[in-house]
Design a binder for this molecule. Sequence first.
Ligand SMILES: NC(=O)c1ccc[n+]([C@@H]2O[C@H](COP(=O)([O-])OP(=O)(O)OC[C@H]3O[C@@H](n4cnc5c(N)ncnc54)[C@H](O)[C@@H]3O)[C@@H](O)[C@H]2O)c1
Length: 364
Amino acid sequence: MSTTESTPNFRIGVIGCGYWGPNHVRNFNAVSGCTVGAICDTNDMRLAHMAKLYPDVAIFRDMSTMLAEADLDAVVIALPVRLHYSVAKACLEAGKHVLIEKPMASSSAECEELISLSEAKGLTLMVGHTFLYSEPVRRIVEIIKQGDIGELQYINSQRLNLGLFQTDINVAWDLAPHDISIILQVFGASPLTVNCQGNAHITKGIEDVTNISLSFPDARFATVQSSWLEPRKVRQTTFVGSKRMIVYDDLQPLEKVRVYDVRVERPPHYDSFAEFQYSYHYGDSYIPRLKHEEPLKVQSEHFLDCIRTGNSPISDGYQGLELVRILESCSQSLGEGGGPIALAPRIHRNVNDAVGSREKRKPA
Ligand SMILES: NC(=O)c1ccc[n+]([C@@H]2O[C@H](COP(=O)([O-])OP(=O)(O)OC[C@H]3O[C@@H](n4cnc5c(N)ncnc54)[C@H](O)[C@@H]3O)[C@@H](O)[C@H]2O)c1
């Protein structure tokens, strides 16, 4: 993820300035080679708040007016998920590079259409899978790929909190994209099956607690627990390898990643059951040194870099599509009482592709 210093100044528009959009405005303003040129929100209070913070930025209530009047190169979409597709489509049709928040859209058909449109127009399409740009996750992927924990056997991820309740998507669509994007990156493969169980305790029809199981090739699997109905905030992922294990606790201020030298071994051979003894190994644990970088800043720089170079983003439209396909399977499984849903093999390129190894589009 490199940045190019001596580059033209890109003008960015941010649509949606509720909870998350202002973080994009702040980060893109801090990145060299770009300026936030316009902000759009339908809520006058939010617009007034943003105008106070950024008096030099043009403010719009209507996206079409913004696209017509503001001279923008790219647009960031931080809207409720049901609006992602229509707004991203309008932005791509207007010739803007697009960064959409997760999940990319409400259905895989919508994602496929956005990918086709961006390719036809030669525009960068990126999805805000923010954790892929965080130093702890990048470091964990590195440690696992180097073979330091042996064979990765399973991943268990928990994202729990009291709220924030959403009204248009369930907790799996809201919170699990973070965990699933990390899991896909670490396994470097798509799941074979998806199971999801859950319950709607507060809002009828909108599950506030879900448990997802993903099975992967070679008998590996991952579980993801998501909840808006927990007394404590938990953001924890455990990676269990045959030699070592990693715990990633995103709520720790400094020591977010800890590698445990623990494992269990079976005796190589034994004659009777009485001789059988599991061997528990308890070694030292260590805390990898991590750079302190805001993931959103790294993500913003990567987006600009991909626009400039024509490289495919780490979290490109295909990654966004893959995640939405899994979420769709979760919804289907929920509707069928939690049974397994076989995920059709991906028709498109491989999630395992290295960054920038895909076809390059014409650089901006
Ligand atoms: N990557 C992350 O870590 C992360 C974190 C939080 C949220 N998100 C994502 O960001 C997106 C937004 O989430 P949020 O929590 O900020 O939602 P939010 O409801 O707080 O904000 C949405 C904003 O969009 C505005 N809006 C609605 N319709 C509009 C329209 N047609 N045109 C312009 N503005 C309109 C609303 O007035 C509101 O201010 C979601 O996709 C969410 O999943 C990502």
